[in-house]
Every structure is written in structure tokens, then in C-alpha cells.
Design a binder for this molecule. Structure first.
Ligand code: SF4
Length: 378
């Protein structure tokens, strides 16, 4: 039995989180939302695997129309990920159970409108259509105003402050039907962020996750490190294990989440699992509807094989599925790749090297990785 912090109860469709309710397991569709058939197929497989809540991204009106159509064919508890276009909430709220917004993305549209007005707008819509909200803070896209207040090496405090600021505003305007997430790709920073937030606002339900954890088994182990430390302290009301997987295997995220929760509840905590800073750290995103070339998933797997020669070097390689979040999410990596329809972009320690065809990128990555290792050995 997992002992839990007494958080507020929040209803998301027929699912209750917080206040000692069972920890809900979530996943997200990685198929293009406009591909209704593929998205429904993935939704069904996640639902059958036991997903309590399934998130689907909507970036534009075509996605929104597709999601409305998808809703007609499933009774799964649905959360919409608004990505940058927060005004899509108006179209989609009648059809979903939860709205996820990212404070760092509220700035992209109507730049002059204060964020508090935008949140008020989302709250009005959520209340009208019986939706819960998730304030989803992500290390790769933190509110630029918060980032500007702290030195670059401190990525955790801006995340925590952003989450605290939004929580306070939601409370001030009388909306408490929300949960918060603070995800980083580094499990240690993830733990740090959740602990700091929970210390100040222990009553707010938390959705746990390590973003861009990568492929199994490493991605599951990174997530396990964070979940053991947080859930072991009673923190966490809902979880997602974000893994880079082929579409037909996406349901494995649910089994992985369930296994970690089962192990923790039965006391099988793998204290030996630790994050080895002296090894190659491969980060890859779980993919979503923004992926423009499905070859991304194969590429992530090939990067893992091709870089094995460097496994004993303390370097980070990030492989991201899209051109929207890819550039930002690869900023802190030694080598970062992000995928477009025909080319893969490559960056070395923040400097863009170029764009390479899918059949050229691995050779160039090999060259750059070898050069980083040689330079470190001089
Ligand atoms: S990096 Fe792009 S493709 Fe990957 S999960 Fe994030 S938004 Fe989706």
C-alpha cells in the first residue's frame, strides 16, 4: 500500500485523483491527430492496456476537428494538450475531460495579452464544460520571464516558480480543479522540482513524469528513479512513463507505469538503481502528433546502437521528434538532433552544425561524437 500526501481531490471525467485515490496512469497518443484512424487505433490499444487518462495533442483547427471526430468513437477519459495554441480550448473543451496547458507556451499567441487573462479564459471554458486543468511545466519550455530571473545553470527554480505562480493565480480566481506537473529529462532535477513545489503547496495533486526519458529499458529506469524517490515520500497522484516507442508498442508505457507502482507498493524499491553521471546519457522524446517523419523512432533506436562505443563517456545526446520543440529541448545536450520531414538537424553544444538527410545523419553524428571524446582526452 502506498502512503500518500493528502492532496485535494480532482475529478477528471470519471477518474478521481488526489485525496488518497489510486494513482492514475496516463499516456499520450503519438500519432498525427489528423490521422483519425491511426489515432483511434492507438487510443484503443492504450485504453485496453488500462490507461486511466489519455492525452491527445491539438495544434491547429484541423487537429481540433479531428479530435472532435475521435471523441465520437471512444469513451476513454481524454485530455487535450493545447501546445502553443491555447484558444483551441474553446473548440475542444466540450469534447474532453481535461485541458493541459504549458505556462511557457502561453506567450506564443497574442503576445501583448497578460498571461493571467489567458488563464482566466481557460478557466472560464473549463468551468463551463466540466473540465479539469493540468498546469504542465516542462524544462525545455519554461516561461521566459521566470528563466530570466535565475542563472542559466539553475533550471529547477524557474520551473517551480512558474508552477507556483500559476497555482496561486488559479486559486485566486477560485479554480481548484487542477493538478500540476514539473518534468525534466534528468530524473534528479525532476525529483528536486517536485519536492520543492510540494514543500510549498502540499495540497495540490501532482502528475509525475520524467520527460524525454528515452527508450526502454533506460527510459523506464530513469523514470523509476524519480518515481521511487517521490512516491516513496507520498508525492504523486497520477503518472506517465514517457517512452520513445513504435506506434504499435505505445501501450507499453502503461505496463511500465503499472509495474513501477506495483513494485513501490510492494516494497520492491530498487535502491541500487541510480543515475550514472559518468555514462553516455541518451535522451529522446516520446513523440507526439508533431512528428513529421515517423523515421524519427527508428532513428532514435539507431542512435542508441551507433553511439554504444561512447557509453563510458559523460556526454548527453538528445534526439527530438519535431522542429517546434526540438531546437529548445536540445539546448543543454552535447549533441542534439531534431527531425524535420526530410532532414535531421544537428547541434553541438548549442551551435547548429547543419541539416542532414536521414541516411547521412548517423555518420555525421559519429564524427562529431568521436571529436568530442578526442577533445576531452587531450
Ligand atoms: S519534441 Fe516535438 S515530437 Fe517530441 S514530444 Fe515534444 S513536441 Fe512532440
Amino acid at each position: 500500500m502506498i502512503k500518500r500526501n493528502p492532496t485535494r481531490e480532482v475529478r477528471i471525467g470519471r477518474i478521481l485523483i488526489g485525496n488518497g485515490n489510486p494513482i492514475a496512469i496516463q499516456s499520450m497518443c503519438a500519432t498525427p491527430t489528423t490521422n483519425i484512424e491511426a489515432t483511434l487505433k492507438q487510443l484503443k490499444s492504450l485504453d485496453e492496456a488500462g490507461a486511466d487518462i489519455i492525452r491527445v495533442a491539438a495544434d491547429n483547427k484541423k487537429d481540433a476537428q479531428a479530435l472532435i471526430e475521435i471523441r465520437q468513437h471512444t469513451d476513454a477519459v481524454l485530455s487535450v494538450d493545447l501546445q502553443e495554441n491555447y484558444r483551441l480550448a474553446e473548440i475542444l473543451a466540450p469534447h474532453v475531460d481535461k485541458i493541459r496547458y504549458n505556462p511557457g507556451h502561453l506567450y506564443h499567441h497574442e503576445r501583448k495579452k497578460p498571461w493571467k487573462q489567458k488563464v482566466q479564459y481557460l478557466v472560464d471554458i473549463a468551468e463551463k464544460h466540466d473540465c479539469a486543468i493540468r498546469v504542465g511545466v516542462n524544462a525545455g519550455s519554461v516561461d521566459p520571464e521566470q528563466m530570466g530571473k535565475y542563472p542559466r545553470e539553475d533550471s529547477v527554480t524557474p520551473m517551480v516558480d512558474s508552477a507556483l505562480e500559476h497555482s496561486q493565480w488559479l486559486d485566486d480566481i477560485g479554480f481548484t480543479r487542477y493538478c500540476v506537473s514539473l518534468k525534466d529529462s534528468d530524473p534528479r532535477k525532476t525529483v528536486d522540482a517536485y519536492l520543492k513545489f510540494s514543500e510549498v503547496r502540499p495540497e495540490i495533486p501532482l502528475h509525475l513524469g520524467v520527460t524525454e526519458a528515452g527508450m526502454p529499458p533506460e527510459g523506464i529506469e530513469k523514470t523509476r528513479i524519480a518515481f521511487e524517490k517521490l512516491i516513496g515520500r507520498g508525492i504523486g497522484d497520477t503518472v506517465r512513463v514517457s517512452l520513445t516507442l513504435p506506434h504499435e508498442d505505445k501501450h507499453q508505457e502503461i505496463a511500465a507505469g503499472r509495474q513501477i507502482l506495483k513494485d513501490i507498493s510492494e516494497g520492491r524499491v530498487r535502491t541500487v538503481v541510480h543515475f550514472d553521471e559518468n555514462k553516455l546519457n541518451l535522451i529522446s522524446c516520446p513523440s507526439c502528433s508533431r512528428v513529421e517523419n515517423e523515421a524519427f523512432i527508428d532513428l532514435a533506436q539507431q542512435v542508441k546502437v551507433r553511439t554504444k562505443f561512447a557509453e563510458d563517456h559523460a556526454l548527453t545526446i538528445a534526439v527530438m521528434g519535431c522542429r517546434v520543440n526540438g531546437p529548445g529541448e536540445t539546448d543543454d545536450a552535447d549533441l542534439g538532433l531534431w527531425c524535420g520531414p526530410n532532414y535531421v538537424n544537428l547541434k553541438k553544444r548549442g551551435e547548429k552544425i547543419g541539416a542532414f538527410k536521414y541516411d547521412e545523419i548517423l555518420d555525421r553524428l559519429d564524427t562529431e561524437l568521436t571529436s568530442l571524446i578526442e577533445t576531452a582526452q587531450l
